[in-house]
Design a protein around this ligand. Structure first.
Ligand code: AMP
Length: 217
């Protein structure tokens, strides 16, 4: 089954998609993580998107669609996937619907004040992509990833100016996708406020029901 994890930056898409990937055995495909990997590899793609991403701007649709198209063509994505951070524009959503249409869009609803609080304290693991929060979800050993022990870092775009810019882009370019998916009948709104455990319980129940309704057909 094909799930899009949707919502503003800091809604918890990455955290929830990572948990869902473990629980349901579907590949977690994060467009932001694919771009950050390209930057770490210093590839041609990485060099062309580095400044845009640091400023909190969106990468052009053609580059982004191409990257996701290639990733969805890999064998592990043949029987389902969890997309995180893609699509972010109407042209991207239209492209996805012709490449490999989504079954459900988990729409994590959170207020701007929550986004700012979450992103300001976020810490990431460069090695495995796990994400933490200095206050809400601290690692057991400060500055070290619980999962793999690597050093944690602050994302270049988790600074106040870029956070505001990303929220502005979300409202202008990405939020219209809520209507797009509602009219396709694939939107599943989820309350993204509150502790991660509660949000995860809700998502796990929703996904279990959706997956079992297909298996019992
Ligand atoms: P994320 O990790 O999803 O917050 O993405 C980090 C950054 O990567 C975004 O702020 C954008 O600069 C870029 N990016 C990720 N996904 C997309 C997308 N679907 N369209 C355009 N830019 C993207």
């Amino acid at each position: 089954m094909r799930f899009v994890f949707f919502g503003p930056p800091g809604a918890g898409k990455g955290t929830m998609a990572a948990r869902a990937s473990k629980e349901f055995g579907l590949p977690h495909i994060s467009s932001g993580e694919l771009f950050r990997q390209a930057i770490r590899d210093d590839s041609e793609l990485g060099r062309s998107v580095k400044d845009l991403i640091g400023r909190g701007a969106l990468v052009p649709d053609d580059l982004t669609i191409n990257l996701i198209h290639q990733r969805l063509s890999r064998p592990d994505a043949a029987s389902g996937w969890l997309l995180d951070g893609f699509p972010r524009t109407i042209p991207q959503a239209q492209a996805l619907s012709s490449i490999d249409p989504e079954d459900h869009v988990i729409d994590l609803e959170v207020a701007d004040s929550t986004v700012i609080a979450r992103l300001s304290g976020r810490r990431m693991c460069a090695a495995c992509g796990a994400s933490y929060h200095v206050q809400y979800q601290p690692p057991a050993n400060p500055g070290r990833c619980d999962a793999c022990g690597s050093a944690l870092y602050v994302r270049e775009d988790d600074n106040p100016a870029s956070i505001q810019k990303r929220l502005d882009y979300y409202r202008e370019q990405t939020a219209p996708l809520v209507e797009f998916y509602r009219s396709r009948g694939t939107l599943v709104p989820v309350d993204g406020e509150g502790p991660a455990e509660k949000v995860w319980d809700d998502i796990r129940t929703i996904m279990k029901n959706l997956l079992s309704s297909v298996q019992s057909r």
